[in-house]
Design a protein around this ligand. Sequence first.
Ligand SMILES: NC(=O)c1ccc[n+]([C@@H]2O[C@H](COP(=O)([O-])OP(=O)(O)OC[C@H]3O[C@@H](n4cnc5c(N)ncnc54)[C@H](O)[C@@H]3O)[C@@H](O)[C@H]2O)c1
Length: 224
Amino acid sequence: MRRAVITGGARGLGAAAAERLTADGLDVITVDVAGAADHLLDVTDDDAVAALADRVGPVDVLVNSAGVVGPNVPLVETTSQQWRDVLDVNVVGTVAMMRAFIPGMVAGGWGRVVNLASMAGKDGNPNLSIYSASKAAVIGLTKSAGKELATTGVLVNAIAPAVIATPMNATTAPDVLAHITSLIPMKRVGTAQEVAELIAWLCSERVSFSTGAVYDISGGRATY
Ligand SMILES: NC(=O)c1ccc[n+]([C@@H]2O[C@H](COP(=O)([O-])OP(=O)(O)OC[C@H]3O[C@@H](n4cnc5c(N)ncnc54)[C@H](O)[C@@H]3O)[C@@H](O)[C@H]2O)c1
């Protein structure tokens, strides 16, 4: 039975992915800083991430869904501390999990990593500069890791959702949310189950010739 670790697995897209991968027959281990997860852990805590990898052992699949939006303000009003806090979770935390679990996948000759980027990382959302930059970084690091691991059997891909109905959007300012929803050609937000479907494919043998790629799931919103 394939084993999967999902960060941010207590709710939202991580929880939907956990449900979907479990239905697909994987043994799923959820990790979250809060809520009902198998392991309570902050992905920004390198020692805790290393200890988790020791406890859990090798896995076949890693989904990095833990993430925070950060402040909804113009770039010039952001503080350096706010930048550090958001980049620490969305970028450094994602890398910590990859560092902890990819070597076991390489040793086993098979693995799938899915990183949750965002349309914000490709297009840049106004008043969400920190979040947008953090997701652009997730795209960049996914492309690098995909190339580094291309001959190992470990595929590393990212997805770029537009607005999806999850608790995360409760913390997004209503005017910012209305703007980014209006940019979706299908004129609706996505569901967590629609995103889980794409994640499930990217975690399976059904994907075999894609790595370092970024998949839009955005109701038609895309810029490149
Ligand atoms: N919902 C959307 O519209 C949307 C769109 C594009 C991208 N995304 C990305 O998808 C991912 C999941 O988003 P979501 O909508 O499910 O958000 P969410 O807020 O509903 O869930 C995120 C989960 O991550 C956990 N988390 C936050 N910081 C953590 C930390 N330091 N360590 C461990 N866990 C931590 C939270 O406790 C929460 O359970 C995020 O990376 C987000 O940026 C979401």
